[in-house]
Design a protein around this ligand. Structure first.
Ligand SMILES: Nc1ncnc2c1ncn2[C@@H]1O[C@H](COP(=O)(O)OP(=O)(O)OP(=O)(O)O)[C@@H](O)[C@H]1O
Length: 320
């Protein structure tokens, strides 16, 4: 076998069709397609290829990495004010989408109270940077995660302001997301400059607005809708959280904040209503324990909302 054939066979054994080998004298050049690989896998493959190409007589191996730009779409989850369950919805939506087969990532951009590490059972795990990019952390739910809470001490998070916050948040969105095709972006609560800057910079494909049935929260939801309108980002729809109280004893549903408000508001604003999430103690305790309900076999709340988001993505124009 000629030297080039030996090198080609050795490289193909570790990299298959991803590698294209050229020889120039005793120098091997390998163009390696790293599409869909994350930082660690890419690095490992590069090392394997280098070793494989070093056949007797080969003096030098050069590897050039290429990657097709994957079309990754961001879905922003926003609320006009804090405490309405935006993080809870983001976590469960991400998990439900992953369970539908999407390669899903979650960015926790909540500078005021990053809660995703706890919700996603990934507390205390720090992401490492490789080639200047943060490597998302794996969670038990098939969703990779980068959170503001992994970058700063919890009690210091509040000190992030303006451009500094925007810079740190961009590091999360611009992390090494590898094959992730759908990125859920849990925005900080509210409709200020930080949110607008993020939306303008990272151009989500669409936005999901979370609101509680209370009137005040709905007024805030309108502000969130305006923010996306200003940035030209389409609204996927509105999710009503804490809609009705589900009694843990009898299972009966009551409506301490009134019912139908969010659905009516969505109709009034001309945006789709994606569904309601009841106020249940089970959702709160499961979230606190790092076991989001969408990961359970019996989830009948988040899966239908995720299905609507997936349908929206399927029909939304690409490249927006
Ligand atoms: N449907 C629900 N039923 C019961 N508890 C809920 C529900 N949704 C959210 N919660 C609880 O309410 C609290 C606030 O929820 P969450 O952190 O998701 O809100 P948020 O809008 O992201 O708040 P913040 O703006 O502070 O980040 C949490 O303790 C959460 O477990």
């Amino acid at each position: 076998m000629s030297m080039i054939d030996t090198v080609k066979a050795a490289v193909a054994a570790v990299a298959g069709k991803r590698a294209n080998v050229r020889m120039e004298g005793a120098k091997a050049g390998v163009v390696l397609d790293a599409t869909g690989l994350d930082g660690a896998d890419r690095h490992a493959l590069e090392e394997q290829v280098k070793a494989a190409a070093m056949q007797p007589g080969v003096e030098d191996v050069r590897i050039v990495l290429t990657a097709e730009k994957l079309e990754r779409r961001i879905i922003a989850v926003a609320s006009g004010k804090g405490g309405v369950g935006k993080s809870t919805l983001s976590a469960n939506l991400a998990i439900a989408l992953a369970r539908m087969g999407r390669k899903t990532g979650l960015v926790d951009a909540d500078i005021y109270g990053p809660s995703q590490p706890r919700l996603m059972a990934a507390e205390g795990v720090k992401p490492v940077a490789q080639d200047g990019k943060l490597q998302p952390v794996a969670t038990p739910y098939g969703v990779s995660l980068l959170s503001m809470g992994q970058l700063v001490e919890p009690d210091k998070a509040i000190a992030w302001r303006g451009p500094m916050a925007a810079g740190a948040l961009s590091q999360l969105v611009d992390g090494d997301w590898g094959a992730t095709d759908t990125l859920i972006l849990d925005l900080p609560p509210g409709t200020g400059d930080v949110q607008l800057t993020m939306v303008q910079k990272h151009r989500p494909a669409g936005a999901v607005i979370v609101s509680t049935p209370q009137d005040l929260a709905l007024i805030d939801a309108r502000r969130a809708i305006d923010l996306f309108a200003k940035a030209g980002v389409p609204i996927i729809g509105l999710v009503e959280n804490m809609a009705g109280y589900c009694c843990p004893h009898c299972g009966g549903l009551s409506d301490p904040f009134g019912s139908g408000g969010a659905e009516a508001a969505a109709a009034e604003l001309g945006i789709p209503f994606l569904g309601r999430v009841p106020l249940t103690i089970a959702i709160r305790t499961a979230s606190d324990a790092g076991r989001p309900p969408a990961a359970g076999e019996d989830d009948a709340v988040f899966a239908p909302i995720a299905a609507q988001v997936a349908n929206w993505l399927a029909q939304a124009p690409r490249g927006g």
